[in-house]
Design a protein around this ligand. Structure first.
Ligand code: C2E
Ligand code: MG
Ligand code: MG
Ligand code: MG
Length: 286
């Protein structure tokens, strides 16, 4: 049973907590079951959706971010915000990541063979994977095993993931960038990167977290943070991308302040690859 120490001493968990615990156990079990199927057809519960990234000034497509989706047979769509942490706790994350890299490499090969210019496809890497000294080697080997190219692939590494094991993380990023893989620091501004680490960071892009973009037209604090991140990144010869851009006014503000690239619902929601293939490779130009 589950017990918890509350204000009045030990008490049984509320039914809410009990419900959450049950849900976690069920999701962990079912994610493991789904992955074990090793199934790559349309019936598979896991899917990849792609969201475009654009040059802030020209709106030209520069790449896609691959995001995972899980359609649970009984519980419906489960958000990665819920199942990625579960996969991290249960050790499934590495297998999940391998599956993702395989899907993305196959998609890149397919687009390249059809003559579709996709720029780069970005994959999110979890903090737990970054503690593995072999990570760079493994990823580079997987890319070549799937007949893809390193310069087709970008990895998004959470800012807070960097802080857990900065030395290993930086070494890994160096090996990857040397092989031609792009690196972006995701959710930037939500961790507490020291300027010492920032200075030597082998990253191509700094990705400003969407929480700073939502209210950017009205919050002078958010404006100041965005301004400072852009100035610092440029001084360190890194490009800046803003995520969560939903309106033309936000896009305008970011462009006016020198942000290099943008991503968000204003351009496109994340969609299945088939939905992208039917559209021209370039987004509508303003
Ligand atoms: P993230 O990497 O920061 O991805 C951005 C999230 O913002 C995505 O949510 C995306 O759908 C959403 N988004 C994009 N544009 C907009 C916008 O204009 N407005 C708003 N409100 N939201 C926007 P999603 O797909 O639910 O993913 C959430 C998080 O789950 C991701 O955050 C990432 O940390 C994690 N995740 C997703 N797929 C994977 C994966 O394959 N591997 C790992 N390790 N993590 C993943
Ligand atoms: Mg990301
Ligand atoms: Mg992000
Ligand atoms: Mg985020």
């Amino acid at each position: 049973y589950f017990a918890k120490k509350g204000k009045k001493g030990f008490a049984f968990c509320s039914s809410d907590q009990q419900h959450n615990n049950n849900r976690r156990l069920i999701l962990e079990r079912d994610l493991s079951k789904a992955l074990a199927q090793q199934c790559y057809d349309d019936t598979f519960e896991l899917k990849v959706v792609y969201q475009s990234k654009h040059c802030a000034r020209s709106h030209q497509l520069i790449g896609y971010e691959a995001l995972m989706r899980w359609q649970h047979p009984e519980l419906g769509e489960i958000s990665p915000v819920e199942f990625i942490p579960l996969a991290e706790e249960s050790g499934l994350i590495c297998e999940l990541s391998r599956w993702m890299i395989r899907q993305v490499c196959h998609q890149a090969v397919c687009w390249s063979q059809t003559g579709i210019d996709f720029g780069k496809i970005a994959i999110n890497i979890s903090a737990l994977e970054l503690i593995n000294l072999e990570l760079a080697k493994n990823i580079i080997e997987q890319i070549s095993a799937h007949h893809a190219r390193c310069d087709w692939i970008e990895l998004e590494i959470n800012e807070s993931a960097l802080l857990k094991t900065p030395d290993i993380a930086i070494k890994t990023m160096e090996q990857l960038t040397n092989a031609g893989v792009f690196i972006a620091i995701d959710d930037f501004g939500t961790g507490y990167s020291s300027l010492v680490h920032m200075k030597n960071l082998p990253a191509n892009y700094i990705k400003i977290d969407q929480s700073f973009i939502h209210n950017i037209l009205h919050s002078t604090t958010d404006q100041a943070v965005v301004h400072a991140v852009i100035a610092m990144s440029h001084a360190l010869h890194k490009k800046v991308i803003a995520e969560g851009v939903e309106t033309e006014q936000q896009l305008q503000f970011l462009t006016d302040h020198g942000c290099d690239a943008v991503q968000g619902y204003w351009f496109s929601k994340p969609v299945a690859a088939q939905e992208l293939n039917t559209r021209p490779a370039m987004a509508e130009t303003a």
